[in-house]
Design a protein around this ligand. Structure first.
Ligand SMILES: [Zn+2]
Ligand SMILES: [Zn+2]
Length: 254
């Protein structure tokens, strides 16, 4: 599995792009940054955008991607996939002809550039060339993490979450697991805020580690840009060499 990190952060800053991962050139997992990180031909090759939840730092790039698709007139389309409440929010709250045009009817209702697909929770299902299992996690709005497998390698993507159990339980015994992509938004001194906003801190990650599958790398993403250095130091101080920050613009081969 090839994971290209289009955006590794939980917000936008100078050199920091919001969370987005391109798997095997065809499937986005979250789309906080797409158009700012890919050429137009690369954007047109995207078939699916699997969305953990509808917060802007996970979807803004998909919104701009729909314009690329709409203006190119190549017949390219993207299928936005997620659990039911996430798809419902994108339909009603984003592509609603108020915040943004309803690209599920553009250029024509029969051949739109946006299609939707509701993923069934806790069930492994085929999405493009991947096998994907969405599992609800612990965030302020309906959110799922994903267990993703392409037949050779698998990984777990947490989405935005505070401490959680179901995702780790669902991944137990998974064959070919090569890594975990886990969120961290705030430094330890903002633990109170992390609890309210349902995000991780390095200290919460340290406590979460025992629940995670053993012996695979844990790549940290979704750091809020203004806390990048502080969180990097606190992650280092966990003292567990399998936990490290995910690198933006890097392509991981699992
Ligand atoms: Zn986020
Ligand atoms: Zn969020």
């Amino acid at each position: 599995m090839k994971i290209r990190v289009l955006g590794a952060f939980g917000g936008e800053g100078f050199g920091h792009r919001p969370s987005s991962f391109l798997i095997n050139d065809r499937v986005l997992i979250d789309g906080g940054s797409v158009t700012g990180a890919l050429t137009v031909p690369e954007q047109l090759a995207i078939e699916y955008a699997i969305v953990s939840h509808a917060h802007l730092d996970h979807i803004a790039g998909i919104v701009y991607l729909t314009e690329t698709l709409g203006f190119c007139e190549t017949g390219a389309a993207v299928t936005i996939a997620g659990i039911d409440p996430v798809v419902a929010t994108l339909r009603a709250g984003v592509f609603n002809n108020i915040l943004w045009p309803d690209f599920s009817k553009i250029p024509h209702v029969d051949v739109p550039v946006v299609k939707y697909r509701t993923l069934v929770e806790d069930v492994e299902q085929r999405v493009g060339d991947l096998w994907v299992t969405p599992v609800q996690v612990n965030h302020t709005v309906p959110t799922s993490g994903f267990i993703v497998h392409d037949g050779t390698g698998g990984m777990i993507y947490s989405g935005d979450t505070g401490p959680t159990n179901a995702l780790w339980a669902a991944a137990r015994g998974l064959h070919g697991l090569k890594g975990v992509i886990l969120e961290c938004a705030f430094p330890n001194r903002l633990g109170q805020l992390a609890a309210v906003a349902k995000h991780m801190t390095p200290e919460l990650i340290r406590r979460e580690l025992d629940k995670l599958p053993p012996n695979v790398p844990v790549w940290i993403f979704h750091v809020k840009p203004q806390f990048h250095e502080e969180i990097a130091e606190e992650i280092e101080r966990i003292g567990n060499e399998r936990v490290r920050l995910l690198e933006q613009d890097h392509t991981y081969s699992l």
